[in-house]
Design a protein around this ligand. Sequence first.
Ligand SMILES: C[C@H](N[C@H](C(=O)O)[C@@H]1CCCN1C(=O)[C@@H](N)CC(=O)O)C(=O)N1CCC[C@H]1C(=O)O
Ligand SMILES: [Zn+2]
Length: 619
Amino acid sequence: DISAKYVSGDNPDEAEGFEFLQTYDKRASQECYLSVLSNWAYATNLTEENKQNLLERSLVYAEFQKEAWKNATSFAWKQFKNPSTRRLFKFLSILGTAALPTEKLKELNEISASMEDTYSTSKICPYSLQVVITDESENLDDDKSSSEEENCTLSLEPDITRILKKSQNYDELAYVWKAWRDSSGKKIRKRYERFVELSNDAARLNGFADMGEMWRESYESDTFLEDLENLWKQLLPLYENLHAYVRRKLISKYGNDKIRPDGPIPAHLLGNMWAQDWAGVQEFTEPYPGKPSLDVTPQMVEQNMTALDMFNISEEFFSSLGLKEMPPPFWEHSVIEKPTDREIVCHASAWDFCNGKDYRIKQCTDITMQDLITVHHEMGHIEYYLQYADQPSLFREGANPGFHEAVGDVLALSVSTPKHLKAISLLNEIADDPEGDINYLYSIALDKISFLPFGYLMDLWRWGIFSGNTSVEEMNTKWWELRLKYQGVCPPVKRTEEDFDPGAKYHIPGNTPYIRYFVSFVIQFQFHKALCEAAGHEGPLYKCDIYQSKEAGKLLSQVLQLGSSKPWTEAMKIMTGGKTNKMDAAPIIEYFDPLIQWLKEQNKNYTLGWTSNDPTICP
Ligand SMILES: C[C@H](N[C@H](C(=O)O)[C@@H]1CCCN1C(=O)[C@@H](N)CC(=O)O)C(=O)N1CCC[C@H]1C(=O)O
Ligand SMILES: [Zn+2]
C-alpha cells in the first residue's frame, strides 16, 4: 500500500491520480483472476470450448485494460512527485497487445491459442515403425496390423524426452529429432509469420519500433544489449572448453566419421531436444567414471518417489529458509501429473491468479532428477508471487524477468550439492575428494554452462525477426547460423525454409521471451554468492548449501518482497549488500573455476571452437 508515502496538498491532479490507482488496483485483480482462470482451464484441458472461453475472456480483459489506459493517460503523471505513483502510471501507460483494434487482437489471440495447441498435442511415431525389418530372426510376415496413426502416440513429455536421454543410437536419435520438428515447428511456420506482423503492429501502437524493443523495456536499461554481449564475451571461454571436452567424448562414442574434431556437435546427441542442457550425456562423459553417480534418478525411482514427494521436498527447502509455504489452494488446484484422460499443455509452468490466494503449478512431472530441479524452478516463481503479494497489482512482477527465473534455480544450486542430496537420503555416499568435486562441477556445468549460448541466441533470433533484420524468407537459415555461431551445434538432417525449427521450442509458439533465462543463469550465481555469505558459508562457492539458513532467507525475502516496485538495479544492490547494481559474470566464473582449470588442462593439445561452411547440415 503506497498511501503512506503520498504527501497530500501537492499537484491536485496527483491526489486524483492516486484515487484512480486505488480503484484500478481492485478491478485489475478481479479481471486478472478471471482471465488467468480461463487461461488455466484451456491449458489443463485443450478443448475447443475452453479455447473459445479463453478467447472471449481475453477480449473482455483487453477492454478493461484499454479503459484503464485511457483514464491513466489523461493524468499529467510525469509531473507527479511521488516516485511510486509515477512508476505505477509509467507501467499503466504501456497497454500492450490490447492496443490492437479488436479484429486484429482476436486474430492474434486465435493464432496464439492454436500454436500452443499444435505444440502441446504434437505426437510422433516410434522409431521401430520406421526401421525396415533387417533382423532375419524377425518373423517377416507378422503384419503391422495397426495403422501408423494408432501407434504414433509418442509425446514430448515424457516419451520423447526419455528417448533423447536414454537412447545412444545415432539414427534413432536423428529420427526422433526430425520427427518432432516435422510435427511441431514445421506446422506453425505460416501462423508464426502472421503472428509477428500483428505483434509488431501492437508494439508500434505502444510507441515502440517493434515487439523486440517492447520486450526489452522490462530491463529498464539503455545499455542492455551491450551488457549482454559483454557477459557473453566473458563466458565464451567457459563454454568453448566444455564444448571441446564433450565433443571429444562424443567422438569416442559415436566415431569420428560422425563428428569432426574441429567441427560443431550434432544437435541430437546431447541428451536434450534443443541441446540446451547436456545433463543427458553426463554418465558416459564424466571426468572420473566409477564414482557415485550424481544423477539421483535411480534412487528416486527405487524409493518409489511420487510427484507429490518431489513437491514436498522443494517446499521444505523454502520453509527451511523461513520463506513462505505453499498455501492450501496450491495443493488443491495444481496439476502435477500428466492426466491420462485429456490433452493438456505439459510444458511446466507456475501461475499467479492475482487474488492473493490462488497460486498453482502445472507440470507433467516425471520421476527424474531433472524434474526435481524443475519443481524447484517452478516453486521459485510461486515463492516470488507470495513474497510480493501485498504490492499493488502493477508491482506484482519480478524486479526484471531474469530475477523471476533465478529464484528457484538459486535454491536448486544448494539442493544439488552432494552434501544436501545425502542429507535428504537421495545419495548414499559422497566422493568427497578432488575428483569427486570435478565430477560434481561437471554435472552442474552440463546444466548451466551448456545453456548459456542457447539462452542468448533464442531472442537474438527473435529480436532479429521482429526488427526485420531477418526476413521471413530466411527465418530457418538464420536460426541455424546462430545455432552454429553461438552453440557450435549442427542439424543431423538437412534443414530448409520448409522447416521452422525455432517453432519446435515451447517459448516460440508460447510467445514467452527468453533472454530472461540467460540473465537468470548469470545473476543466479550472484544471488548464490550473496546468500552463501549471508548464511556464513566458508570455502569454495560450489560447496555451499544454504539449507535452513534464516539469514539467507531473510535477505532473499527482502529482495523478493519489492516485486517490480523499484528498478532491478536497486534490488541487485540490496541482494549484494551494496557491492553492485549490475549483472556480473564474476560469481559464475568463480563457482566453476576448478572445473575450467581442469578442462583447460584436458584441452591443451586440442582445438577449441568449431567451423563449418554449411550451418544447415552437419559436416
Ligand atoms: C520449465 C520452464 N517453464 C517456464 C518457466 O517456469 O519459466 C514457463 C513457461 C514459460 C513461462 N513459464 C512460467 O511458468 C511463467 N508463468 C513464470 C513467470 O514468469 O511467472 C522453462 O521453460 N524453463 C526453465 C528453465 C529454462 C526454460 C526452458 O525449459 O527452456
Ligand atoms: Zn521460470
